[in-house]
Design a binder for this molecule. Structure first.
Ligand SMILES: O=C(CO)COP(=O)(O)O
Length: 247
């Protein structure tokens, strides 16, 4: 079994009910068989999006709590996401690691909770610019993988997204060789640790656009993308999905 190809959109803190019209557009224009499509809208829109798309695309949350319920104001349990129609949860995004000081250990706990609720955990890793400049990229990625990915991970319940922090929302992307180096490292680490680690899908994220998607998808061990800004408009996300489907 080869890793499944996945085009994933992370809407971050963008969108209202009116934005779901973009998804209608996407469904009518572009739904290419040949890759899976996931949209992770703000939590307020998970249920409406799932109801509207009826399984034609997957819907995910952008975070979940490690506990199943309780006194955690403002947080969302994995089972609540699942109840609202989500099948995935992005975990450990660099914006969560920065804005909410999430640690690898906390991300791992969230991933276990996601798995227990039947969700696929989309676990994010990535170096800062200072870490890259200091030659620490591979060590940082190795440590984040070791710390954030739980022992219960399988190819069926886990996706890893490599998102260099300095490439997110900046219009800057690593060179193809830099992406290839990190993805090869991730494949090695996961294959060494998990029986089906060779089949865990590896996404690249950070300034993926219609104009660079095909080139990025041609890089070995890149099985899809986690797309921020360009996932908000069907006219941008559609061509990215199409590029992945034919890779
Ligand atoms: O953070 C990202 C997806 O999770 C990437 O965001 P951009 O595609 O806007 O750079």
């Amino acid at each position: 079994m080869a890793p499944r190809k996945l085009a994933a959109g992370n809407w971050k803190m963008n969108g209202t009910l009116a934005s779901l019209a973009e998804i209608d557009q996407l469904l009518s224009d572009h739904l290419a068989p040949g890759c899976d499509v996931l949209i992770c809208p703000p939590a307020t829109l998970v249920h409406a999006l799932a109801a509207r798309t009826q399984g034609k695309i997957a819907v995910g949350g952008q975070d979940c709590h490690a506990k199943t319920s309780g006194a955690h104001t403002g947080d969302i349990a994995a089972a609540q996401l699942q109840d609202a129609g989500a099948s995935h949860a992005i975990l450990g995004h660099s914006e969560r690691r920065t804005d909410h000081a999430e640690t690898d250990e906390q991300v791992r706990g969230k991933a276990v909770a996601a798995h227990e609720a039947g969700l696929v955990a989309v676990i994010c890793v990535g170096e800062t610019e200072a870490q890259r400049d200091a030659g620490q990229t591979l060590d940082v990625i190795s440590a984040q993988l070791a710390g954030s990915v739980p022992d219960c991970a399988t190819a069926a319940n886990t996706v890893i997204a490599y998102e260099p922090v300095w490439a997110i929302g900046t219009g800057r992307t690593p060179t193809n060789d830099q992406i290839a180096e990190v993805h090869a490292l991730m494949r090695d680490r996961l294959s060494a640790r998990f029986d089906d680690g060779a089949d865990i899908a590896l996404l690249y994220g950070g300034s993926v656009k219609p104009g660079n998607a095909a080139e990025i998808f041609a890089i070995p061990h890149v099985n899809g993308a986690l797309v921020g800004g360009a996932s908000l408009k069907a006219q941008d996300f559609g061509p990215i999905i199409a590029a992945l489907a034919v890779t």
